[in-house]
Design a protein around this ligand. Sequence first.
Ligand SMILES: [Zn+2]
Length: 448
Amino acid sequence: MTLSPQPPDGQADTEAVRICQDLLRIDTTNPGDGTGPGERPAAEYVAAQLAEAGIEPLVVEAAPRRTSVLARVAGTDPVRAPLLVHGHLDTVPFDAADWSRHPLSGDLYDGCLWGRGAVDMKGAVATTLALVRSWARTGRRPRRDIVLAFLADEESTGEFGARFVASRHREHFADCREAIGESGGFSVPARPGAGADGDGARVYPVAVGERGTAWMNLTTTGTAGHGSRSGTDNAVSTLVHALSALAAHSWPTRLTPPVEALIAELERILGTVIDRDRLEAEAVRLGRVGELFATTVRNSATPTVLQAGRKVNVVPCSAHAQVDGRFLPGTREEYLTTVERLLGPGVVREFINLEEAPSGDHSGPAFEAMTAALRAEDPAGHPVPYLMSGGTDAKTFARLGIACYGFAPLLLDPGLHYQRMFHGVDERVPVAGLGFGVRVLDRFLGTY
Ligand SMILES: [Zn+2]
């Protein structure tokens, strides 16, 4: 049986809201240092939602309370490779004093569910669960087998989530060739100042890749001694000179195929010419849609941590820094060579995290099916490819040879700024947007 074009039964929308609200009320903040409450209660909740729908959950723990849930839903076409749908259960921390409503309240207010994780990404987890539960009620089925992964620890390194299941439960993903996950399929008003309906134009970025990650520890050493002595063998001086060279470097523009495609699409949608020689300025001019390429036209190396010395008149024997490096698909070797050259001799570099930049196909059948599903639910919408500036669990699954897309469809009011709510204050998701997500996901999984 293939899916009819009708949306899933009305109960799915209601369930998406209920499940999202329930998840928002479970604290899964992940500070990244092991002090968080863990994902276990959220994972148990998800497992129960699946079991109730006759889907057998596999609950796994990488460490006490660091819990993930895996499951599989049978499709109608066993010839097609299964599709992985992954989402994370953890959230970044919050400071409740800064929020208008408590970040664990799950309050339904002003048409939105409020709470940490509303857009990143308990809303999408709820959408997926509501959809598979709706399939179970109605007998509808996806076309491919769907492999579900609801994961711990995405907001840190994924060591207790995606990386754990990818290594210890690899068989679960063995036949997956493609995956969808967070950070794509959300709506962005095409023009600055667009109203509720605006001029109708919404852009839906679908992520087809990510910049790679090169998080570095830098260490310099020298001769310890009295601060009054002058000398060149000073660990602090060596480090700040190296960091200064790195921070001052102007990374060249590199237009990767998906970003070039994005810019060309935006030119067509907006009826404007985007100057390739001044892309940062053009990104500012274009406002919200400009943000979709502002940080993915070049590599970056941002110093973030600096540690050295304990007393003003004592030269320490070592100095330490950390740098958050990001590189575009296909530029890894060039990037690492440049970093090495800029840092110069005398700086020991270790990688805290070095992960390849995954890059998918923005013109293949998977991308086509995602854009068709979005257009069917929003005929005035313009799906476009884009690259993610940062990283997600997609990097881990890409290492298994799975082509990963950022596609967690969500319709937002023009006033809600998706990227700013990510890890931001007053994170919230419109309940109508969740229903939209269920329907788009249903169309995609039903036809692809
Ligand atoms: Zn996320």
